[in-house]
Design a protein around this ligand. Structure first.
Ligand SMILES: C[S@@+](CC[C@H](N)C(=O)[O-])C[C@H]1O[C@@H](n2cnc3c(N)ncnc32)[C@H](O)[C@@H]1O
Length: 424
């Protein structure tokens, strides 16, 4: 298991006034970020008994297996898939060199496991930040490139500490509304750190450093948590942002080393596209053909991905207009409005049609989906999929479904692994 290192190199003692400040937010060992993993109830199986058993065994594995190995869990993302699902299913449902496509790749869990099994991994998402997380998590960094990154990381941390000591002001293109999410001294330290990152000449290193920044920034904002936008008072001593940043970088180096060791030699690097999964054939080109589409689309009416990473989008200057316009299953579009049920059906229909358009003749489609909440009503995701799929030439091979607790106190939601193949 990859853990954050416990030792840090020695630094100059801090100034007296800094030591007197209460340190509410301590750089405790970085905890793993949790994926969608909960103790589920009894598993229902459908279709081919052997395949259904395989799917059920993956659901069981996701209850106990660690979810922070390789680069999994390096950066938060809503509804991140438990890596035990692709780890268990990819070797059984694809061959070495198969092309595995995740058209809602999010932070890249399926892609990381595809690489670790020597498959050709391709990912699509509408959220530019999700793609940046996937890019960083899938990076195949050899020892020399990791050593260079480590040197840059430590140089930036030192420069940022100097800026904190000198209270050096720096201009960053962050709006007044966004600045309100940070205490002034935190904003100053974040700005200095970001300015140092922006000066890094090597593009791959700079992009990864921006992602480190992104991984910690919400913790230092006034926002309560990633999934909770309530504003709260946090007391954060000067220099803590930089310490967290550096430790997160050291953690990334260990994770990259673990991934590099795991990926068989000669495996192609991941390919990523930003775009709408309903337009896969246009996006990937008519010659693209996937042997396995393994994906977890948004659970209908559950999240607003466009809002979720707003703090991070702002710092990294990412354009989210595509996500705001074309996100499917968004809570803002499916809660309460007339016609929401039809809208969700239409969105999923378009997704299935696009997947069918890029699937090889004997390809398979594996969905990991949760029941939707549309206009305050639960919609069973398995029933909806199996109602829509036949029109598009796809039919059920096997399925496994398991109830999961609803964190908002509602009726338990079921999650499903649904495996389909072409009928024509
Ligand atoms: C359940 S998450 C995927 C999580 C991913 N499996 C992981 O482990 O991080 C669903 C993803 O769908 C993306 N999304 C929403 N609408 C989309 C669309 N129309 N086309 C492509 N991606 C979309 C969201 O940005 C989000 O990253």
């Amino acid at each position: 298991m990859v853990k954050a290192p416990k030792t840090r190199r020695k630094r100059e003692p801090r100034e007296t006034h800094e030591r007197q400040e209460p340190e509410v937010l301590e750089p405790a060992p970085l905890r793993p970020r949790y994926s969608l993993t909960h103790r589920g109830g009894e598993i229902e199986r459908h279709g081919d008994p052997k395949l259904a058993e395989l799917l059920a065994s993956a659901l069981v594995a996701s209850e106990d297996a660690p979810d922070d190995e390789l680069t999994h869990g390096f950066h938060s993302h809503p509804a991140r898939m438990h890596p035990a699902l692709p780890a268990k299913l990819i070797p059984e449902l694809s061959e070495r060199d198969s092309i595995i496509l995740d058209p809602f790749c999010g932070s890249g869990t399926v892609l990381v496991e595809a690489l670790a099994h020597g498959r050709r991994a391709a990912g699509v998402d509408l959220d530019p930040l999700a793609l940046r997380i996937a890019e960083t998590r899938c990076a195949l960094r050899d020892p020399a490139s990791r050593a260079r990154f480590g040197r840059t990381l430590h140089a930036i941390a030192l420069a940022s500490e100097d800026r904190v000591r000198m209270r050096e002001k720096v201009e960053v293109p962050i709006s007044r509304a966004e600045r309100a999410y940070y205490d002034p001294h935190v904003m100053l330290e974040l700005s200095g750190l970001y300015a140092e990152i922006s000066r890094v000449a090597d593009e791959a290193d700079r992009r990864a450093l921006e992602l480190l920044f992104s991984a910690i920034v919400v913790k230092f904002s006034r926002q309560r948590a990633d999934t909770n936008e309530e504003l709260v008072k946090k007391r954060i001593r000067k220099g803590l942002v930089t310490e967290f940043f550096e430790r997160k970088g050291e953690e990334l180096l260990l994770r990259w080393a673990a991934l590099y060791e795991a990926v068989p030699e000669g495996t192609d690097p991941v390919r990523l596209w930003m775009g709408d999964a309903r337009r896969l054939p246009d996006l990937l080109g008519r010659r693209f053909s996937a042997s396995l589409v393994f994906t977890s689309p948004p659970y209908g009416g559950t999240y607003d991905y466009a809002r979720h990473h707003a703090r991070r989008h702002a710092w990294l200057g990412l354009d989210t207009s595509g996500l705001r316009a074309h996100e499917i299953g968004a809570r803002r579009n499916l809660s309460g409005q007339a016609g929401a049920r039809k809208r969700w059906d239409d969105e999923l229909h378009a997704v299935l049609s696009a997947i069918e358009g890029v699937l090889s003749r004997d390809g398979k489609v594996l969905f990991f989906v949760g029941d939707a909440e549309v206009a305050r009503t639960r919609v069973a995701a398995d029933e909806q999929l199996l109602r829509l799929a036949p029109e598009l030439g796809l039919s059920l091979l096997a399925g496994a479904s398991q109830p999961r607790p609803d964190f908002h106190g509602g009726v338990p939601r079921r999650e499903h692994l649904i495996l389909m193949a072409r009928t024509r």
